[in-house]
Design a protein around this ligand. Sequence first.
Ligand SMILES: C[S@@+](CC[C@H](N)C(=O)[O-])C[C@H]1O[C@@H](n2cnc3c(N)ncnc32)[C@H](O)[C@@H]1O
Length: 232
Amino acid sequence: MTDFSRTDLDKETITKAYARWAPVYDLVFGPVFERGRHAAIAAASRIGGRILEVGVGTGISLPEYDRCHRLCGVDISEPMLRKAQERVKEFGLTNVEGLWVMDAEHLSFPDASFDVVVAQYVVTTVPNPEATLDEFARVLKPGGEIVLVSRVGAEVGLRRTLEKWFAPAARKLGWRTEFSWERYARWAERTQDVRLVERRAMPPFGHFSLIRFAKGVESAVDRPRQPARAAG
Ligand SMILES: C[S@@+](CC[C@H](N)C(=O)[O-])C[C@H]1O[C@@H](n2cnc3c(N)ncnc32)[C@H](O)[C@@H]1O
C-alpha cells in the first residue's frame, strides 16, 4: 500500500526551483499549458464571483478572466509573484483584489471566502496535496467549485516506468511526475460536502486533467434548470 503520509517534496526545494523558473517561466510553460488554463478559466467563469488562484505564479492567466470577476492570487514564490504584480500593472487589471505570498497548505483567508478556488499545475508541486485540498475546501463557499488542472500519473505501462525514472529529477525542478488518480478520489471520498463533478484529459498528451469538485449544494452550473413557472 502507498504511504501518503510521507512527503517527497519540501518547500525549500520548491521555492528555490521557482526562483530559478521565474525569469523564463512564461516562455517555457506559457504555450504548453495554454489549453489547460483556458479550460480552467472557462470552468471558473461559469461560477464567477470572487475567485482565488492558488499558485498563481507569474499571473499568466489573470488577464484571461472576464473583468467582472474579482480575483485574488497567492503563491509561495516571491519572484514568481513579482512577475504577476508587473502583469497586473501592465494590463491594468483593476479586478485583481490582491496578490499575496502565502502557502497553499495554510491559507490565511476565513472559511467560505471564495466562489471558486482555481489551482493550475499546482497540486502536484506542494508537499502535502491532501492538506492543500482541505484548505481549498475550507475557503470555498457552499455551492462553489474547486477547479484544478493537474497531473495524473499513469497507473501502468511505459509512461508509468518513465515517470518513475524521471521522478528524482522532476522533484529538483519543482514537481512530481508520479501522482495517482487514487489520491484525488480518496480525498473526495473522505471529505464531507465535496463531490467530483468532472474529470477531463488535457494536453500535452492527456497527461494532465481538468478536475472539478463542487462543495455542498449542487453548483449553479450542474443544477438542472427549473422549468419556468406558468404565470397566474
Ligand atoms: C507549475 S507552476 C504553475 C503556475 C501557474 N498556475 C500556471 O498556470 O502556470 C506551480 C506554482 O505553484 C507555486 N507553489 C508551489 N508550492 C506552493 C505552495 N505550497 N503554496 C503556494 N504556491 C505554491 C509555485 O511557486 C509556482 O508558482
